[in-house]
Design a protein around this ligand. Sequence first.
Ligand code: FAD
Length: 516
Amino acid sequence: DAVVYWMRMEDMRICDNRALAAASAQAHSDKIPLVALFVLSPQDYIAHDRSARRVDFALRNLSYLKSRLSDLDIPLHVTVHTPRATLPSYVLSLLKAWNATRLYANIEYEVDELRRDVFVCEISRQEGISAQFVHDKLVVEPNVLHTQAGKPFAVYSPFMRKWLPELNGNIEKYLAEAPSPVANPTSVRAHPTFGNLFETKIPEYIDGFKCTDKEKMLEVWPEGMDAAREMLNRFLHTKSRGSHLGPVNQLDDGAETSSKHSRALAYKENRDRADRDTSSRLSPYLSSGVISARECIRASMELLNLKKVKADRDSGVGMWVQEIAWRDFYTHVMVSFPRVSMGRPFQEKYADVKWETNEEHLEAWKQGRTGVPIVDAAMRQANTMGWMHNRSRMIAAMYLTKDLMLDWRLGERYFMQQFIDGDLASNNGGWQWSASTGTDPQPYFRIFNPYNQSEKADPSGEYIRTFVPELSKVFGPDVHKPPPHLADKLGYPRPLVDHKEARERALRRYKNPGAE
Ligand code: FAD
């Protein structure tokens, strides 16, 4: 007999993991072994445009987890399975082979995954196996918060006005740390079936997802809980040291530990600075569940010695907690309006906006050769780091959709294929917000002027100089908008489009979708 915990790509941790905690408690009370399972499903990764970087990050985390679980005498069995359509029956066959009586997993909210898990529940029940799927990914789970009219929220601010009191009224329910798993008896290692599972190998890479810059990713985004906690502490307790935009793990050598001016406390003033390393850079860890969102919120409370969650717009910590609430919000939107994860606009009236077809422009945007330095710096940051600053994501997304008038779905897909933190709900939410097809209550005429944005996000010009080497020696206003003769001399491209004309085109197209 056994209890099985099925880990997936969004809950790759041991601490504060609700399904793992429940599975462990059950195994302990039934006095049977706990076995952990991870099924790599390449077809799902193709369907979700998972980046090779994120798949590699998952494999690295699996190695880390296998060894930590093994210290608790819990085997982590990692296998690869295709086709994805037969994944439920494959998991069931493993459960039967192991004589498992119970299965535990954390809920994945994407449509395909929800359908798959419902099916897993059904077929498990037929075999007398109880399957339990629990909420874990978010701080407040979907379907709890509703508008006055009992509808799901479609705008962030009113959502937030409910999210915070709901959380503060039920702190224990939403923020309590799930207990760490109890060690299996050592005899599991000698078990004829489970003993061998300690030996299963984790593949170096998955076909079709070979990470070509693994070394760089290892340096910038180390795997495991310890790395995630280091990143969290760095954010809470250390000051941003100016413009260092390189690998995160080298950022703070000797950095002053100062709660007074820490990144967290200065977040309100500094968060939009792409040229300063001011945000937490926890998104890869949160997306893969290497650290829980609950832990982040608890840490924000401990920093200020608070009993209640602070999420106001007047403090650094409050603003940061609001960002974590954005993460909840976009997943809630995806659950309530599943069309957004099927390539449909949230606001259906924009389904017929006329997009340009221009492979050359799309390629120039992807490569960071649009001739607009801030956009190019953003795209080259994505291409080299697998991650982008939030303001850069907004600028790059707005430029693709409003200046180049290219379909937001092309950009959404490219980001997923590059990012180590790719998350369907947050990426889709960010893209649809930028394309004005989403939940932004401002109408379509919110169109960023990329040059003004550049001056605000990168006042020092350091961001552009770091990621666009052609401009590495350009200082002053020219770095934001190099004059044509200078651009030519430095081998930097001229702008693909004129912003003013492009803006007019976007306004026309959005005003009358389908007309032009
Ligand atoms: P911090 O500023 O330290 O914020 C803390 C955490 O809050 C983040 O790690 C993240 O989990 C969450 N968060 C912050 N801002 C947002 C937001 N706007 N929406 C949802 N969650 C947020 N985030 C992803 O995790 N994965 C994505 O694939 C993704 N794609 C995006 C695409 C576009 C076009 C845009 C505009 C935003 C996207 N974001 C995405 C949101 C945001 O840009 C990143 O979460 C953030 O830049 C990560 O950096 P950080 O960890 O230092 O964030």
